[in-house]
Design a protein around this ligand. Structure first.
Ligand code: 3HC
Length: 300
């Protein structure tokens, strides 16, 4: 990728991990005019990301949200790769790989070796805080969490989380990037697992699962109450199906392994879904089932 720095601001971004989050983050950056590399070890993930992004963009063009020229320009700025090559001009990396600490730490160690010393390394993790990952690198001052929300093409908030060693310049560059891509930065001055939004969301989720497991109300009833009484755009079970039931599971499991507190452990309901491979929309079945077009059919 050609280097196009302007006044030290971010011009080239690498997104590592082409799942739903990483791929949408990448296209958001490309639509904002940045040069973007989307990296994944699995070529099938890149093929799927390309197909889904083109499909989403076609719908936006059809609805008159974007012009075909804007979308073509964005795709011309978005390169997909299964190798971590040509990182010399990358100003900032956003990691969005699986929620496993050892995987993230190994990736950050490699990125630290391959990226120029000035590159900022950012994680999209909500479960792992900067201090758990920054020391896999020799640049903890240039490490920050940039936490996007699903669907990243739509949700405006991005939490910018500073670790104990994150420099002011890194936080400023992160805020600058978030604003540049049309999102709204919410800065956390001190790290805490789950940050702001997911901590609040988890409390709602735990309560919803408790009501279900206690036999007080059905999945549909709980979701309907949240939508129609509380004005939530989606009920907690619908949302778990959207974000991936495994994501919440892995987050809770990691927290539980750290604290040993049974209150932090994944619920039996969520564990059973994960063990059955019913992870939500991405597998066609979670708390609800979905047809081949992604339309919801019924609770499982
Ligand atoms: N990917 C990309 N875009 C999507 C999408 C998806 N999966 N689902 C819907 N959209 C887009 C649509 O294309 C449409 O775009 P347009 O306005 O340009 O036409 C727009 O979103 C609105 O979609 P719809 O009209 O079909 O449906 P809704 O009005 O119900 O909106 C929603 C869908 C935006 C997903 C809304 O239901 C919502 O806000 N849900 C809550 C999402 C939420 O809480 N996210 C946070 C999850 S927690 C998290 O991400 C943390 C992480 O750590 C796990």
């Amino acid at each position: 990728m050609a280097t196009r720095r302007r006044g030290g601001s971010t011009e080239q971004v690498l997104v590592a991990g082409a799942g739903a989050m990483g791929s949408q983050i990448a296209v958001v950056c490309a639509l904002a005019g940045l040069e973007v590399g989307l990296y994944d070890v699995d070529p099938a993930m890149l093929t799927r990301a390309d197909r889904e992004l083109r499909d989403r963009m076609s719908k936006q063009i059809a609805k008159g949200r974007r012009t075909a020229a804007e979308v073509d320009d964005a795709f011309a700025r978005l390169r997909m790769d299964t190798a971590l090559s040509a990182l010399t001009g990358v100003d900032l990396v956003i990691e969005a790989v699986v929620e496993k600490l050892e995987v993230k730490r190994a990736l950050f160690a490699e990125l630290d070796q391959r990226c120029p010393p000035g590159t900022i390394l950012a994680s999209n993790s909500s479960s792992f805080v900067p201090s758990q990952m920054a020391h896999a690198t020799a640049r903890p001052d240039r490490f920050v969490n940039l936490h996007f929300f699903n669907p990243a093409l739509v949700m405006r908030c991005v939490e910018v989380v500073r670790g104990p060693e994150t420099s002011d310049a890194t936080v400023e560059a992160a805020i600058d990037l978030v604003e540049r891509i049309g999102k709204l930065p919410v800065v956390l001055d001190r790290e805490i697992p789950g940050f702001v939004a997911n901590r609040i969301l988890n409390a709602v989720r735990d309560e919803a699962i408790g009501l279900l497991e206690g036999g007080y109300a059905s999945i549909e009833a709980i979701d309907t109450a949240c939508r129609t009484a509380l004005g939530y755009p989606m009920g907690p079970f619908e949302l778990m199906d959207l974000t991936g039931i495994d994501i919440g599971y892995l987050t809770k499991q990691a927290r539980f392994e750290e604290t040993g507190d049974p209150a932090d452990a994944p619920s039996a309901t969520v564990r059973a879904k994960v063990e059955a491979g019913h992870l939500g929309r991405k597998t066609g079945r979670g708390f609800y089932t979905y047809d081949e077009h992604g339309n919801r059919t019924r609770p499982t």
